[in-house]
Structure formats: structure tokens, C-alpha cells
Design a protein around this ligand. Structure first.
Ligand SMILES: *[C@@H]1O[C@H](CO)[C@@H](O)[C@H](O)[C@H]1NC(C)=O
Length: 380
């Protein structure tokens, strides 16, 4: 065993491999692409990492699962702060230890917040990200049917869009769009019960279960019913088109109606992975996830995954000679690693690698059901 560890120690590149790879939904950014990514009015999560840091290596699968679950609504990124060309960016972002996870609620137009949670699990990141989507002041949940017309008339000068839905919860996709189009579109949402909302706005109820997106062009109180797919890309294209104003809205809507759902091979692959993750979740702990919401409210979230037997459990479940040692060294490590710890880390990194390898094996045997999957969230 000792000789195996020694030979690993001689191969630092091996120990450093396996931060976010091409098949992860977490995109590695450098200073230049970071700047570009922050131009989008989107909520995103960014992990500032260093390849030699054991905590960063353990973060990778969890952060990747949350990223998969939230694709394509909330992008997840990572920055390698060990790379010389990113050092300035990491310093500007006030990164002092690794990993540092930050949420940017609306690209570079709002200040970021640092994730302070002790739990670095997929579901912790998932909930953290979804709860920090910037909500524009103009975003309104309209509860009563009789409040619909006043909402439509209040900002008659603006382009308004209203979601008529059966959902109790505001769909994540609607929040993401409201954030993206703040200042350009007024967003409303109404939970329509038995068509009363439609009656209140002088329309025949459209579909019972289906969510419908209505659009009121400036100056108009007669809506267009959006005919395209209730997906992020399709709706973004539609809104971009009507905001551009150079083509008539009926033409844009007709184009949207014609659009067939033809995902690329890459997108299909992502959907398959999301489905697999969702199945694992249904199989292993959907009810637990609902309890997780309650645990968050009570403040018990940090220990939730340990007490419920998933999350970071694969490392602990594996009972063999090495495991307790790995645990000890993990417990002794600070929650973050700073630059001066680098030399010491080089030694313990070998321990971390063997533990990580076991965790990977374990994880492929029993997929850990930590994260929601975007499918339910990504559509209206
Ligand atoms: C971001 O939102 C602002 C309005 O708050 C808008 O002026 C700008 O064009 C948007 N940027 C992008 C890239 O959509």
C-alpha cells in the first residue's frame, strides 16, 4: 500500500486530474470567458477552485449533479485560480480559500454572494441557486382573477407577459425569464382555477391543464397567445423577436408555432442523463427531498444528508481498512484550503485520491439521489 501511495505521489498530474471535465455540465471559465458569461442577465453559480485542493475534488461530483439538474436554466461555472491567467480575477473576486462558491444573481449587474453553507452537496447547491434568482420588482404573482385586468392596464405602455397556469408553485423557468428580461418585459403569473382567470380577462379558457403564455404589446389590452414550446430557448427566441420589434408579432408567433422539438445529439444526451438522475431521485428519496425543504426552514439542513443516509454517505458507507484513515484526515482539514496549505496538501492528496476513487466506484453502483432534475422545472 505504501509503495502504491508513493508512486501516486510521484505523479502529481494524476492526483490533480478530474476537476470539471468535458462531460460535466460545469463549464470551466478563464478571466476572459468569465467576463463574457457575466454579460448575460442570468443567475449563475461559480466555483473558484484549485486543482490540488482535496475539498475541490470532492466538490466536483456534487456541483456537477446540481448543474445537470438546473440545465439549461441556471449555468454553473468553475474558475481554476491556480492558473496564472486567472489569478487577478480570483483576487478581484476576493477569493481567499478553496473552494469558494459564489452566486451571481444577475450576471455582472448585481453583486455576487458567497455560499457560506457547510454542506457541499448537490441538493444544497441546487436549493441555494434556485432561491437566489433575482426577482424584479415588476414581477407579480396575481392571486385573484379580479386583479388581472388592473395588472394588464397598469403598465399599458409596456410589453407585458402573463403566465396562466395550474401550478401552485411559480415555475423556475418563469422566474428565470423574469430575471433575464427585467426592464424589458413585465412578468405576471396567475394560477387559474376553473377558467375564472380567463373569464376575467375576457377570453375562452385555453386548455385545462396546459400552461399558457400571453403577451400584451404596448398600448394593447388584447393578448397574443404564444404558440411555441414552453421551453427556455423557444421562449427566449420569441421574446427577443418581439422586443426587437422589426417583425410583426403574428409572424414571430407563427414561426414559434412551426418550431418542432428537435434537440441536438448533445442535448438529447443531457436529457437522458437528467432522466437517469430523476429516476434515481424518485427511487431513492423524493419524499426525503421534500423533507429537506422542511429541514432548511428548521435550520437542520447541514446534517440532513448524513442523517438521511445519502449525499456524502458513499464515502462513509465503504467500510474497509483505509476508510477510517481517510475520514480522519478529512476531519482534520479545514473546510477550505488556502495557498500556503499547498505543500502539506501534496502529501494528503494521495489519501484523498484513494478515497475519491472508492467514492466513484460506489457512486456508479448506487446512484446517489441528491439533486432535482430540470425536466419538471424547465417547462411551464
Ligand atoms: C440585461 O438587462 C438590461 C436591462 O436591465 C438590458 O438593457 C440588457 O440589454 C440586457 N443584456 C442582455 C445581454 O440581454
Amino acid at each position: 500500500m505504501r509503495s502504491a501511495l508513493l508512486s501516486l505521489a510521484l505523479l502529481p498530474s494524476l492526483a490533480y486530474a478530474g476537476l470539471f471535465t468535458a462531460d460535466s455540465m460545469v463549464k470551466m471559465l478563464d478571466a476572459k470567458s468569465f467576463k463574457q458569461a457575466m454579460k448575460a442577465n442570468q443567475t449563475s453559480l461559480v466555483a473558484f477552485v484549485a486543482p490540488w485542493c482535496g475539498h475541490c475534488q470532492r466538490l466536483v461530483p456534487e456541483f456537477s449533479k446540481a448543474a445537470l439538474g438546473l440545465h439549461p436554466l441556471l449555468p454553473f461555472y468553475a474558475v481554476d485560480c491556480d492558473d496564472d491567467k486567472n489569478k487577478r480575477l480570483c483576487a478581484d473576486q476576493g477569493v481567499k480559500g478553496f473552494p469558494t462558491v459564489k452566486v451571481f444573481p444577475r450576471g455582472n449587474s448585481l453583486p455576487p454572494m458567497t455560499y457560506e453553507g457547510a454542506e457541499r452537496s448537490a441538493s444544497a447547491f441546487y436549493y441555494y441557486a434556485t432561491r437566489r434568482i433575482h426577482k424584479p420588482k415588476s414581477f407579480l404573482k396575481i392571486y385573484q382573477p379580479e386583479d388581472l385586468v388592473p395588472w394588464i392596464e397598469k403598465r399599458a405602455d409596456a410589453m407585458r407577459t402573463l403566465l396562466m397556469t395550474n401550478d401552485k408553485k411559480t415555475p423556475l423557468l418563469w422566474e428565470v425569464l423574469a430575471n433575464k428580461y427585467e426592464g424589458q418585459l413585465e412578468f405576471g403569473i396567475h394560477r387559474d382555477r376553473q377558467g375564472k382567470g380567463y373569464t376575467a380577462i375576457g377570453m375562452e379558457p385555453v386548455g385545462k391543464k396546459e400552461s399558457k403564455v400571453l403577451v400584451y404589446p404596448p398600448g394593447s389590452t388584447t393578448p397574443f397567445i404564444y404558440e411555441g414550446l414552453n421551453k427556455f430557448d423557444s421562449l427566449s427566441k420569441f421574446y427577443d423577436g418581439i422586443l426587437d420589434g422589426s417583425v410583426d408579432i403574428t409572424v414571430i408567433n407563427a414561426e414559434a408555432k412551426k418550431e418542432e422539438y428537435e434537440p441536438s445529439e448533445e442535448e438529447l444526451d443531457i436529457e437522458r442523463k437528467q432522466e437517469a438522475q430523476r429516476m434515481a431521485l424518485l427511487h431513492g428519496g423524493y419524499a426525503e427531498m421534500i423533507d429537506f425543504e422542511a429541514a432548511l426552514k428548521k435550520g437542520d439542513a447541514a446534517s440532513f444528508h448524513d442523517t438521511h443516509g445519502f449525499g456524502s454517505a458513499p464515502l462513509k458507507k465503504k467500510v474497509n481498512e483505509e476508510a477510517p484513515k481517510a475520514e480522519e484526515s478529512k476531519a482534520a482539514e479545514p473546510a477550505q484550503e488556502s495557498e500556503p496549505a499547498k505543500a502539506a496538501e501534496a502529501e494528503s492528496a494521495t489519501e484523498a485520491v484513494s478515497a475519491t476513487e472508492e467514492a466513484t466506484v460506489e457512486a456508479t453502483e448506487t446512484p446517489a439521489p441528491e439533486a432535482h432534475v430540470g425536466k419538471d422545472e424547465a417547462e411551464l
